[in-house]
Design a protein around this ligand. Structure first.
Ligand SMILES: N[C@H](CCC[C@H](N)C(=O)O)C(=O)O
Length: 297
């Protein structure tokens, strides 16, 4: 039998935005410095490693050196911290698909009760605290308010597409276009003026399929593809779905509504309100096991 005596590891996704999940409930498994950028890149490599768009370490906020700075007065209320890394090893402030998977793993690993999940729990992120809970068909995340960042543009295949900068804790450039999003070649990341986004940016190309007033208020339906900062094209982006939903409503002079967001990896729902934005969608664990010392070293 293979020696798989290494640390526990899970693989999962939210609408096919996939992550390696590393439980570290007492901070002893991945001490500071062990999960460096090189190891994150190896883990996320779809040939050499497990393959993923990113890594989520499950660790108490009290054991994360930068948690006090990003959580402030909420530090004690955030028992757990989502230590998220992009596939290139960089840090991101927030991850909407990832935090649903994170809650799913807390539940599955017995680190959270079903009652707590139903009520919703505050999870620490580098974009601040986020409340996450179990929904009837997946998980909901209070993503906080979308914050406009001004106008910009993305160069895709040598052509310029105007967009709206939107922050969901992490930066997005949302380009609404009538060109079918399936027609774009996103093999290379769209070029964006670094002066506008000095920390880099996630770029969404979005078709607005419908936006209308109804008895229950505004509803809209959009389809998007996304090229993520620190990753490249992914099958889905939760923060990107929220940014796209906000921008699609804003384009029609609206600032609240229920938006269905179709991504290549599935479907998300975004409730845009005046005060905040709520993302709802699935999460699944594909596999759970342990590292082999021969791979991990
Ligand atoms: N996939 C994530 C976004 C990761 C964002 C990261 N690529 C960055 O902002 O650098 C999501 O579901 O929100």
């Amino acid at each position: 039998m293979i020696d798989a005596s290494g640390p526990r590891v899970l693989k999962g996704h939210g609408t096919e935005n996939d992550f390696v999940v590393l439980p570290d409930p007492d901070g002893s498994v991945w001490p500071e410095g062990r999960l460096d950028a090189a190891l994150v890149r190896r883990l996320c490599d779809r040939r050499e490693g497990l393959g993923a768009d990113g890594v989520l370490r499950v660790v108490p906020s009290a054991l994360v050196p930068d948690a006090p700075g990003v959580l402030g007065e909420h530090l004690d209320a955030c028992t757990w911290f989502m230590d998220h890394r992009n596939a290139d090893g960089s840090y991101a402030e927030m991850c909407g698909n990832g935090i649903r998977l994170y809650l799913h793993v807390l539940l599955a690993e017995g680190l959270l009760s079903a009652e707590e999940a139903r009520a919703g729990v505050l999870v620490g992120t580098r974009g601040g605290p986020r409340r996450v809970g179990a929904a009837a068909d997946g998980y909901w995340v209070d993503m906080g308010p979308a914050r406009p960042l001004g106008r910009g543009e993305a160069q895709v295949e040598g052509r310029s597409y105007p967009g709206t900068g939107v922050s969901m804790g992490n930066p997005h450039l949302v380009c609404l276009t009538d060109e079918a999003v399936e027609s774009f070649d996103l093999t290379r990341a769209p070029a964006v003026d670094p002066a506008l986004f000095p920390e880099g940016v996630n770029v969404e190309l979005v078709n607005v399929l419908s936006a209308e007033e109804g008895p229950a208020g505004t509803t809209a339906h959009v389809r998007l593809r996304v090229s993520e900062r620190g990753v490249g094209e992914t099958r889905s982006c939760g923060t990107g779905a929220c940014a796209a939903a906000w921008a699609a409503l804003d384009a029609g002079g609206r600032h609240a509504g229920t938006v269905t967001v179709d991504v290549p990896g599935g479907r998300l729902s975004v409730e845009v309100g005046e005060q905040t934005t709520v993302l709802t969608g699935p999460a699944v664990v594909v596999s759970a096991g342990s590292f082999t010392p021969e791979w991990l070293g």
